[in-house]
Design a protein around this ligand. Structure first.
Ligand SMILES: *Cc1c(COP(=O)(O)O)cnc(C)c1O
Length: 403
């Protein structure tokens, strides 16, 4: 006998953040609804969302196609079966990611940090098989952000995130983002891999030079060191090509993805060449949730939409317009020290505190996120229109002028 089931909230008490661990400086309003590039709070106020859930909601909020994919996924009656069994959506998603990228093999997990942690394990095992036990070190570069777990934190250049949690994972360290320095420290006997974000996100929206990336690729290849690209923030269309590495003409050995991959559901992926994959065997790594049929089915839909050449052309055109508009704002404002970015991923160094400008923008109906004390990030949904970009920019200008 089946009984009707209704989802009833456990309590009708008003929501407060008091029972949540106090690790975030959350904005005070409560978000209750989303539509496209807009979010709405409990008082019915609308906000243009230039955060997209930190580069996650590439297709915007409340997207009909994503909602349909979720409904379809539910119709099978499968949300999770574990990796003890084969399921179709994950296999299809891996094949599609491989077809669209340099990769031969894919491992699914549940977040960005988890993708990088897995990648570090894979390259270590691969490197040891090539060069023996000493070849295990993982290097990242100045300004990097790779996550908040022990190994990814060791690769993350934020002293205030790291200090309270020492000791971090061993054999992971940060080096200067400089070719001469890399020539010195990339010792083929000891270094397993170099991990780099083609566009540094949390570290200040810094687009790494295509020539630098090509030199790094040549150097790592020559020395038998794996190149891991962290495209968790800059991948999947954000820069105007499906993957950021495609703009420099290089290919990595490993690439990590997460943020926008499953339309707002948690999912990460580690993409790799067959050579790296060959080092891994059953039992070497695992995850309970990773690559389940529900998230993978939704991600298949998201990937098709983001890989659409019209979507990528829109990101390039809207992004170029927005970048030029930010630069002309810099010329007239006097409160902007630098503008950096590509596609729909921009950072602006402002003279007032970023937190102050962000609060003022929020009061005026625009949501922004910082990347350091004086850097504001613009990460709108990729489906945002030029009109919405212009509207957000004029709110930003107003907020900046008032600060
Ligand atoms: C967000 C981010 C991560 C960490 O992802 P989580 O899902 O928060 O663990 C890692 N690398 C980059 C480049 C990111 O932007």
């Amino acid at each position: 006998m089946t009984r009707p089931v209704t989802a009833t909230p456990a309590s009708s008490a008003p929501a407060t953040p008091d029972a949540l661990l106090n690790t975030y400086k959350r904005a005070p309003m409560e978000i209750v609804r989303g539509a496209g590039s807009e979010l709405f709070d409990a008082d019915g106020r609308a906000y243009l969302d230039f955060t997209a859930g930190i580069a996650v909601m590439a297709l915007g909020h409340g997207d009909e196609g994503v909602a349909n994919a979720m409904r379809e996924a539910l119709e099978s009656g499968l949300t999770h079966v574990s990796n003890l069994f084969r399921t179709r959506p994950g296999e299809l998603l891996a094949a599609r990611l491989a077809e669209l990228s340099f990769a031969d093999r894919v491992f699914f997990c549940n977040s960005g940090a988890e993708a990088n942690e897995g990648a570090f394990k894979f390259v270590r095992k691969w490197a040891r098989a090539q060069g023996g036990p000493a070849k295990h070190e993982i290097l990242s570069v100045r300004g990097a952000f790779h996550g908040r777990l022990f190994a990814t934190l060791a690769a993350t250049d934020r002293p205030q995130y790291r200090a309270p949690f020492r000791p971090l994972a061993g054999g992971v360290s940060i080096v200067e983002r400089d070719l001469d320095e890399l020539r010195t420290v990339l010792d083929p006997e000891r270094v397993a891999a170099l991990v780099i974000e083609p566009v540094q996100g949390e570290g200040g929206m810094r687009v790494l030079d295509a020539a630098f990336l090509r030199d790094v690729r040549a150097l790592t290849r020559e020395r038998g060191i794996a190149l891991v690209l962290d495209e968790i923030q800059c991948g999947l269309g954000r820069t105007g090509t499906l993957f950021a590495y495609q703009q420099s003409g290089i290919t990595p050995d490993v690439m990590t993805l997460a943020k926008p991959l499953a339309g707002g559901l948690p999912m990460g992926a580690i993409l790799m060449t067959q050579d790296i994959a060959d080092a891994m065997q059953p039992g070497d790594h695992g995850t309970t949730f990773g690559g389940g049929p529900f998230v993978a089915h939704v991600a298949l839909h998201v990937l098709d939409r983001l890989a659409d050449p019209r979507m990528l052309a829109h990101v390039r055109e809207a992004g170029a317009w927005f970048g030029a508009a930010l630069q002309s704002l810099q010329e007239r404002s006097g409160r902007i020290r630098a503008v950096r970015g590509v596609g729909l991923m921009w950072g602006v160094d402002v003279t007032p505190s970023a937190a102050d400008v962000i609060a003022r923008a929020r009061d005026r109906g625009l949501l922004l996120v910082s990347a350091g004390e004086h850097t504001i990030r613009f990460l709108p949904p990729l489906v945002i229109t030029q009109d919405e970009l212009a509207r957000g920019l004029s709110i930003f200008e107003d907020a900046l002028t008032s600060a």
